[in-house]
Structures are given as structure tokens and as C-alpha cells.
Write a protein that binds this ligand. Sequence first.
Ligand code: HEC
Ligand code: HEC
Length: 264
Amino acid sequence: MIRSLYLFVSLLCFSVSSVANDFDRVVPPQALRSGLTFISEDLRSLARSDDLNPAFLWIIQGEALWKKTESPEHPSCSSCHGELNQSMRGASTRYPQIDKQSGQLINLEGRINECRTRHQKLPELALESDEMLGITAYVAMASRGLPLNAHIDASNIEHFRRGRELYYTRMGQINLACTNCHEQNWGRKLQGETISQGHINAYPAYRLEWQRMGSLHRRLRACLSGVRAYMFPLGSSELLDLELFLAWRSTDPKIIVESPGVRR
Ligand code: HEC
Ligand code: HEC
């Protein structure tokens, strides 16, 4: 695997482009495409069918958790929010966002854990647990078909800039930046996989390689591991900043929420 990566690297004669302004795009808007358009037809048909999509094993758990009342002191999600598609339509498209109470940047998992502790008086769900993946995917599913909707303003611009900086920085023993693969070489093959533009509209997603559902942060750690770079922890401020930048670069009418997505 390392050898074929080196072979690939020798093909990369690109430099990390200097993107002058915060909101310059390397991939022109008219060329933006979901990762769904890069996977095989077999996988696409799994993703299209709620009966065949293996992610629905997690969705079922998420739905049960949404409705579950531990006791009157610990009300269910649905007792406050009501029917999922009414209360949560569009919610996932606005994350990560700054939590007004704490001033911290949080993603959808972070918001759900805020509800667990603040409103349900229950312990946080562990990141990457079946329960967390199930409830996150279930909430995100209420936004299926909607484009992502990241807003960058004075409150979150510093997070955005840090995420953007990381995106254009070469990392790891293989010394590649995110941009080298996802903006300069999308559409090319790497170890049997077609490199996509690295959008985030499918997550949490079922990945064949994992044989289970996984979060966006798990996917990002797989890319970091691929270039032998330090793998920032799940939920870390670095991955959250990166997620905000990715949400912005995935905000386009053609990149719609697919959760729960399917990937190779
Ligand atoms: C006791 C009431 C209550 C319970 C129970 C509750 N929430 Fe919330 N939830 C809120 C309130 C109030 C907000 C608005 C933000 C805040 O004040 O934290 C919110 C906000 C949210 C949001 C953000 C919506 C948006 O548009 O940004 C999500 C997602 C969410 N809750 C999911 C859940 C899930 C999942 C559960 C169960 C695990 C849950 N909530 C349990 C009261 C509750
Ligand atoms: C050596 C090339 C390479 C580098 C560098 C790389 N990735 Fe990836 N990435 C891949 C491949 C291959 C996949 C799986 C195929 C695909 O979906 O693009 C992938 C998948 C992804 C996906 C999921 C896309 C989807 O639709 O499922 C995201 C998001 C992503 N990468 C973001 C990043 C970020 C952020 C960085 C920098 C920290 C990064 N990648 C660095 C090769 C790379």
C-alpha cells in the first residue's frame, strides 16, 4: 500500500495552491459533484434503496433512541422536539455552528450531546458508538435532499480560517495536503478508489471497508492515516475547524444531504 502511494505521489507534480482570499474556490462551482457520483453503480443502488442500505440498521436504533423515555426526569428527544421531519428538517445542514451558551464550535454530534446533558440530564453518548451514529444519522436523515447551508460570519471566521489552513497544509510522511488529492486530483484512481472532491454530505455513512457506519471525523482520520499524518482525535478542535471549512466548501445546490450515505 505504501509503495503504491509513493508511486501515486510521484505523479503529483502540483504544489499546494495559494488561495488568496478566504472564499476563493479551487474547484469551480459548476464542477462541484457529490462523492455519490464517483462510487460504483452497485454501491449507488444500495445508497438509493432504504430497504437495501445497510445504514438502516443504525437508523432503526436512532429512531428507538429518539422515542425512548428513561423516566419522567429524563424526557425523550421526541417529547421535546416532536415528529422528526417537522422539527429537524434542515437542522443538520447548519452544523458545525457556534453554541450560544458555551461559545464553542460544535457539530451535530456535539449538539446532540448538549441535549443529552443539558435537557435530558443523561450522560453524553460516546463518539462513534452505535447509539451516537444511529441518532446522528436519524437526525441528519430529516434533511435528506437539502443542500448544506454553512454560514461564515464574524462569530466563526477564525475557526473557518484554521480549518482552511489545515486543508492547504502538507502533512505526514507522505507530505500531501487535502487539496492535493481532493481539489487537484479528483476523478483519478488511487488504490482502486476514485478520488472524489471530498464533500461531507453523506455522513454519517456506511462504509464497506469498515463494515459499519462511521462519522465524518472517522473518515477524516482515515485520510490523515493515509498520508501517515498525526490523526487528530474524534471531536477535537482541529477536526471541528476542518469540518466547518468542509461544510462551507460543500455548500452548493448540487451537493445535497444523502445521510445515511454509502461509501466504499
Ligand atoms: C427537555 C427538552 C429537550 C430534550 C429532551 C431534547 N432536546 Fe434537543 N433541543 C432542546 C432545545 C431547547 C434546543 C435549542 C438549543 C438549546 O437550547 O440547547 C434543542 C436543540 C436541538 C437540536 C438543534 C436543532 C437545530 O435546529 O439546530 C438538535 C439536533 C437536537 N436538539 C436533538 C436532540 C436529540 C437527538 C435529543 C435526544 C437525544 C434531544 N434533542 C433532546 C430541547 C430538548
Ligand atoms: C492521498 C490522497 C488523499 C489525501 C491527501 C486526503 N484524502 Fe480524503 N479521501 C481520499 C480517498 C481515496 C477517499 C475515498 C474516495 C473519496 O470519496 O474521495 C477520500 C475520502 C474523503 C472524504 C469523503 C468523501 C465522500 O464523499 O465520502 C472526505 C470528506 C475527505 N476525504 C476529506 C479529506 C480531508 C479533509 C483531507 C485532509 C486532511 C483529505 N481528505 C486528504 C484520498 C485523500
